[in-house]
Design a protein around this ligand. Structure first.
Ligand code: IMP
Ligand code: MG
Length: 177
Protein backbone atom coordinates (compact mmCIF):
# COMPACT_ATOMS: atom_id res chain seq x y z
CA UNK A 1 0.00 0.00 0.00
CA UNK A 2 2.72 2.41 1.04
CA UNK A 3 4.48 2.22 -2.32
CA UNK A 4 1.56 4.06 -3.96
CA UNK A 5 2.42 7.16 -1.97
CA UNK A 6 5.47 9.14 -3.12
CA UNK A 7 5.18 11.83 -0.51
CA UNK A 8 4.73 10.65 3.05
CA UNK A 9 4.29 13.70 5.25
CA UNK A 10 4.09 12.05 8.66
CA UNK A 11 5.19 8.49 9.45
CA UNK A 12 3.29 6.18 11.76
CA UNK A 13 5.89 6.32 14.55
CA UNK A 14 5.99 10.13 14.42
CA UNK A 15 2.21 10.26 14.81
CA UNK A 16 2.36 7.87 17.74
CA UNK A 17 4.98 9.82 19.65
CA UNK A 18 3.34 13.19 18.97
CA UNK A 19 0.01 11.85 20.25
CA UNK A 20 1.75 10.75 23.47
CA UNK A 21 3.18 14.26 23.89
CA UNK A 22 -0.19 15.92 23.30
CA UNK A 23 -1.89 13.54 25.73
CA UNK A 24 0.72 14.29 28.40
CA UNK A 25 0.19 18.01 27.92
CA UNK A 26 -3.60 17.67 28.07
CA UNK A 27 -3.41 15.41 31.14
CA UNK A 28 -1.31 18.03 32.94
CA UNK A 29 -3.57 20.93 31.91
CA UNK A 30 -6.83 19.14 32.75
CA UNK A 31 -6.11 17.77 36.24
CA UNK A 32 -9.43 17.72 38.09
CA UNK A 33 -11.32 19.09 35.08
CA UNK A 34 -12.83 15.89 33.63
CA UNK A 35 -12.65 17.03 29.98
CA UNK A 36 -15.25 16.01 27.45
CA UNK A 37 -13.49 15.08 24.21
CA UNK A 38 -15.63 15.85 21.19
CA UNK A 39 -14.60 13.92 18.10
CA UNK A 40 -15.54 15.52 14.81
CA UNK A 41 -16.56 12.59 12.61
CA UNK A 42 -15.25 10.95 10.62
CA UNK A 43 -11.75 12.32 10.16
CA UNK A 44 -10.82 12.49 13.83
CA UNK A 45 -11.81 8.95 14.87
CA UNK A 46 -8.38 7.34 14.92
CA UNK A 47 -6.76 10.42 16.41
CA UNK A 48 -9.33 10.63 19.19
CA UNK A 49 -9.15 6.89 19.91
CA UNK A 50 -5.36 7.02 20.28
CA UNK A 51 -5.30 10.34 22.12
CA UNK A 52 -7.99 9.34 24.63
CA UNK A 53 -6.16 6.13 25.49
CA UNK A 54 -3.01 8.08 26.33
CA UNK A 55 -4.78 10.67 28.48
CA UNK A 56 -4.35 9.86 32.17
CA UNK A 57 -7.06 12.07 33.72
CA UNK A 58 -10.72 10.97 33.79
CA UNK A 59 -12.39 12.04 30.56
CA UNK A 60 -15.52 11.38 28.55
CA UNK A 61 -16.02 10.99 24.81
CA UNK A 62 -18.72 12.33 22.55
CA UNK A 63 -19.15 12.59 18.79
CA UNK A 64 -20.40 15.15 16.34
CA UNK A 65 -20.84 14.91 12.60
CA UNK A 66 -20.93 18.01 10.45
CA UNK A 67 -21.06 18.50 6.74
CA UNK A 68 -19.42 21.44 5.18
CA UNK A 69 -20.74 22.32 1.76
CA UNK A 70 -18.09 22.65 -0.89
CA UNK A 71 -16.02 20.58 -3.29
CA UNK A 72 -14.10 17.40 -2.40
CA UNK A 73 -11.07 19.44 -1.39
CA UNK A 74 -12.44 22.84 -0.30
CA UNK A 75 -14.92 23.70 2.41
CA UNK A 76 -17.33 26.58 2.04
CA UNK A 77 -17.87 27.56 5.66
CA UNK A 78 -21.56 26.69 5.46
CA UNK A 79 -21.82 23.94 8.01
CA UNK A 80 -24.71 21.65 8.83
CA UNK A 81 -24.88 19.46 11.93
CA UNK A 82 -25.62 15.87 10.87
CA UNK A 83 -25.21 14.36 14.32
CA UNK A 84 -25.26 16.43 17.47
CA UNK A 85 -23.66 15.68 20.83
CA UNK A 86 -25.36 13.28 23.24
CA UNK A 87 -24.02 15.19 26.25
CA UNK A 88 -25.23 18.44 27.73
CA UNK A 89 -22.03 20.47 27.82
CA UNK A 90 -23.14 23.25 30.16
CA UNK A 91 -20.35 23.84 32.66
CA UNK A 92 -18.11 21.23 31.02
CA UNK A 93 -14.53 21.56 29.82
CA UNK A 94 -14.88 20.71 26.15
CA UNK A 95 -12.03 19.68 23.89
CA UNK A 96 -12.88 19.60 20.18
CA UNK A 97 -10.77 16.90 18.53
CA UNK A 98 -10.26 17.55 14.81
CA UNK A 99 -8.30 15.93 12.01
CA UNK A 100 -7.11 19.08 10.25
CA UNK A 101 -7.63 22.83 10.29
CA UNK A 102 -7.55 24.08 6.75
CA UNK A 103 -9.49 27.31 6.08
CA UNK A 104 -10.64 27.21 9.71
CA UNK A 105 -14.26 27.76 8.67
CA UNK A 106 -15.63 24.46 9.99
CA UNK A 107 -13.97 24.87 13.36
CA UNK A 108 -14.92 28.49 13.68
CA UNK A 109 -18.57 27.52 13.21
CA UNK A 110 -18.30 24.59 15.63
CA UNK A 111 -16.63 26.68 18.30
CA UNK A 112 -19.34 29.31 18.16
CA UNK A 113 -22.04 26.68 18.20
CA UNK A 114 -20.59 24.93 21.27
CA UNK A 115 -19.86 28.21 23.07
CA UNK A 116 -23.53 29.12 22.87
CA UNK A 117 -24.30 26.10 25.10
CA UNK A 118 -22.42 27.65 28.06
CA UNK A 119 -19.56 25.23 28.59
CA UNK A 120 -16.88 26.11 31.18
CA UNK A 121 -14.27 26.12 28.40
CA UNK A 122 -13.74 25.11 24.79
CA UNK A 123 -10.31 24.23 23.42
CA UNK A 124 -9.24 22.59 20.20
CA UNK A 125 -6.87 19.72 19.60
CA UNK A 126 -6.10 19.12 15.94
CA UNK A 127 -3.83 16.45 14.51
CA UNK A 128 -2.84 18.67 11.59
CA UNK A 129 -2.90 22.30 10.60
CA UNK A 130 -2.40 23.98 7.23
CA UNK A 131 -1.71 27.57 8.29
CA UNK A 132 -1.13 28.83 4.75
CA UNK A 133 -4.78 28.13 3.89
CA UNK A 134 -6.39 29.95 6.81
CA UNK A 135 -9.35 32.22 6.02
CA UNK A 136 -10.39 32.85 9.62
CA UNK A 137 -8.17 33.09 12.64
CA UNK A 138 -8.69 30.17 14.96
CA UNK A 139 -7.04 29.53 18.31
CA UNK A 140 -5.90 25.94 18.49
CA UNK A 141 -4.07 25.13 21.72
CA UNK A 142 -2.96 21.60 20.86
CA UNK A 143 -1.61 20.82 17.39
CA UNK A 144 0.10 17.68 16.15
CA UNK A 145 1.84 18.75 12.94
CA UNK A 146 1.94 21.61 10.48
CA UNK A 147 1.53 20.41 6.90
CA UNK A 148 2.22 22.20 3.61
CA UNK A 149 -0.53 23.43 1.31
CA UNK A 150 -1.19 20.05 -0.28
CA UNK A 151 -4.17 17.73 0.00
CA UNK A 152 -3.24 15.01 2.46
CA UNK A 153 -4.84 11.67 3.31
CA UNK A 154 -4.49 8.94 5.91
CA UNK A 155 -4.90 8.45 9.65
CA UNK A 156 -8.57 9.42 9.34
CA UNK A 157 -8.28 11.94 6.53
CA UNK A 158 -10.01 11.01 3.31
CA UNK A 159 -10.32 11.87 -0.33
CA UNK A 160 -13.86 10.94 -1.35
CA UNK A 161 -14.03 8.56 1.65
CA UNK A 162 -10.87 6.69 0.63
CA UNK A 163 -7.57 6.32 2.50
CA UNK A 164 -8.88 6.96 6.03
CA UNK A 165 -7.38 3.65 7.17
CA UNK A 166 -3.76 4.44 6.26
CA UNK A 167 -1.43 4.32 9.26
CA UNK A 168 0.55 7.32 7.98
CA UNK A 169 -0.23 10.69 6.39
CA UNK A 170 0.65 11.21 2.74
CA UNK A 171 0.00 13.61 -0.10
CA UNK A 172 -2.89 12.47 -2.28
CA UNK A 173 -1.38 10.67 -5.28
CA UNK A 174 -1.61 12.54 -8.60
CA UNK A 175 -3.65 9.81 -10.26
CA UNK A 176 -6.48 10.35 -7.73
CA UNK A 177 -6.86 14.10 -8.03
P1 IMP B 1 -11.88 23.82 6.88
O1 IMP B 1 -13.29 24.20 7.22
O2 IMP B 1 -11.44 24.39 5.56
O3 IMP B 1 -10.89 24.13 7.99
O4 IMP B 1 -11.88 22.28 6.57
C1 IMP B 1 -11.86 21.34 7.54
C2 IMP B 1 -12.24 19.99 7.02
O5 IMP B 1 -11.93 19.81 5.63
C3 IMP B 1 -11.42 18.95 7.75
O6 IMP B 1 -12.05 18.54 8.94
C4 IMP B 1 -11.28 17.85 6.71
O7 IMP B 1 -12.37 16.97 6.79
C5 IMP B 1 -11.31 18.58 5.39
N1 IMP B 1 -9.93 18.79 4.86
C6 IMP B 1 -9.26 19.95 4.77
N2 IMP B 1 -8.03 19.77 4.25
C7 IMP B 1 -7.90 18.45 4.02
C8 IMP B 1 -6.84 17.62 3.50
O8 IMP B 1 -5.73 18.05 3.13
N3 IMP B 1 -7.12 16.29 3.43
C9 IMP B 1 -8.31 15.75 3.81
N4 IMP B 1 -9.31 16.48 4.32
C10 IMP B 1 -9.12 17.82 4.42
MG1 MG C 1 -13.31 15.13 5.04
Amino acid sequence: MKTRFDEIIVEENQIRSRISELAAQISADYQGKDPLLVCVLKGAVFFMADLAREITVPCELDFMAVSSYGSATDSSGVVRILKDLDANIEGRNVMIVEDIIDSGLTLSYLRKNLHARNPASVEVCSLLTKPSRRKVDIACKYVGFEVPDKFVVGFGLDYMEKYRNLRFIAVLPEEDS
